[in-house]
Design a protein. Structure first.
Length: 70
């Protein structure tokens, strides 16, 4: 998955419980969104920050000479 490409929610239906999928459809009714990801880090160092994330938060994704604020 790449932050540069758009993917349809239904392509990943099997990864979400029905409630989360319904929330995605409510938030993004067109059925497509840019996807990015984070890793838990060594010894789960990033987990506390990940748990604080909420809808509407600003995120910066970078890698391989590419960066985007979302």
């Amino acid at each position: 998955m790449s932050v540069k490409s758009e993917q349809a929610h239904d392509d990943y239906r099997n990864l979400f419980d029905p409630s989360t999928l319904a929330d995605l459809h409510d938030l993004i009714p067109v059925g497509q969104a840019q996807l990015g990801g984070v890793t838990p880090g060594g010894n789960d160092a990033n987990v506390p920050q990940i748990r604080k994330m909420r809808a509407g938060d600003i995120a910066f994704f970078s890698g391989q000479g590419f960066g985007v604020v979302a």
